[in-house]
Design a protein around this ligand. Structure first.
Ligand code: NAX
Length: 328
């Protein structure tokens, strides 16, 4: 059989971590043939709960799992990991300034970047889930110069999957027939969910729907605000869908996207489509051989260009704030 791959999950005692640990363990992330060793990291106040998660993973008698390391030591957690899913972070609490939240995450991502750089396997692939996801990924990149920038990504696949789900519900078709939607920009309420190049049952989505008002109105705001809508319903934020989408992101990155299909990933921007350079920006990407590539040549109308500008501006602003925090 294959040698086990070490997969790091930070924030593993949290609610996404709880869902992600079992999904990874059942092969959703790396395939049903790939054995894994889980590295679960959290902070000392969550140590007991983290040990409880480890106990449950033992109890689930999982054939793919060849070991579970539960630790609060960042250096130990990063040792030889080939995949790192960064779910731990400092959430924004009511009444907190954006700058204060940013500075907490800057210090977390700075030290975790250093530990990854020092201890992770060569070629480690990093996915940042914790918010502000794009900018946390950028901080990680700034502080881990020996990790190739293309190996550091942020999660916008949940937004992408939400867009697929909304279109499928609206058309009354199965979600597997809907493809090639795009999330542009930031994983925040400025993101631009775009169906202009997407298809449903092989037909262009705009033709299948024939409802431009919905596509430019409620569709966009529903996808942008879906996280808040879930919190309102559950009293907790999205967790199973976030974990499932994180598995989709890594699986496509490692094992490839289907021919003729792209997905959305937050990746280092080269300025394609008028996005600002050197921020982590969500683009349509195709993956093959463990590498992603931004899909080129899509036409961008004035409406889309305006939306890309707004979310790009926000990312530049977040970057400036993060760099201020980094400078002290
Ligand atoms: P939880 O609060 O349930 O879990 C977070 C866990 O991280 C906690 O156990 C906490 O102790 C741990 N943690 C905090 N600082 C840490 C550190 N320095 N090292 C290791 N662990 C640390 O939050 P949960 O609902 O699981 O959400 C996790 C993160 O995902 C949040 O930042 C959230 O905003 C973000 N999300 C991002 C999404 C995306 O699409 N990119 C969607 C879902 C989610 O909202």
């Amino acid at each position: 059989g294959k040698a086990p791959v070490r997969v790091l999950i930070t924030g593993a005692a949290g609610q996404i971590g709880y869902s992600l640990a079992i999904q990874v363990s059942r092969g959703t992330m790396l395939g049903p043939e790939q054995p894994i060793i889980l590295h679960l990291l959290d902070i000392p106040p969550a140590a007991q709960s983290l040990d409880g998660v480890k106990m449950e993973l033992i109890d689930a008698a999982l054939p793919l799992v060849h070991g579970v390391l539960a630790t609060t030591d960042v250096e130990e957690a990063c040792k030889d990991v080939a995949i790192a899913v960064m779910v731990g972070g400092f959430p924004r609490k009511a009444g907190m300034e954006r700058k204060d939240v940013m500075s907490k995450n800057v210090s977390i991502y700075k030290s975790q970047a250093a530990a990854l750089e020092k201890h992770a396997a060569k070629g480690v692939k990093v996915l940042v889930v914790a918010n502000p996801a794009n900018t946390n990924a950028l901080i990680l990149r700034e502080n881990a110069p020996s990790i190739p920038p293309e190996n550091i990504t942020a999660l916008t696949r949940l937004d992408h999957n939400r867009a697929l789900g909304q279109v499928a519900e609206r058309l009354g078709v199965h979600v597997s027939g809907v493809r090639n939607v795009i999330i542009w920009g930031n994983h925040s309420s400025t993101q631009f969910p775009d169906v202009a190049h997407g298809t449903a049952g092989g037909r262009p989505i705009p033709d299948a729907l024939r409802d431009e008002a919905w596509l430019r109105g409620d569709f966009v705001s529903t996808v942008q605000q879906r996280g808040a809508a879930i919190i309102k319903m559950r009293g907790m934020s999205s967790a199973l869908s976030a974990a499932s989408s994180a598995c989709d992101h890594v699986r496509n990155w490692v094992l490839g996207t289907e021919p003729g299909t792209w997905v959305s990933m937050g990746v280092i921007s080269d300025g394609s489509y008028g996005a600002p350079k050197d921020v982590i920006f969500s683009f349509p990407v195709k993956c093959e051989g463990g590498r992603w590539e931004i899909v080129q040549g899509l036409s961008i109308d004035e409406y889309a260009a305006g939306k890309i500008k707004v979310t790009g501006d926000e990312l530049v602003e977040e970057k400036e704030l993060a760099l201020q925090c980094l400078a002290g």
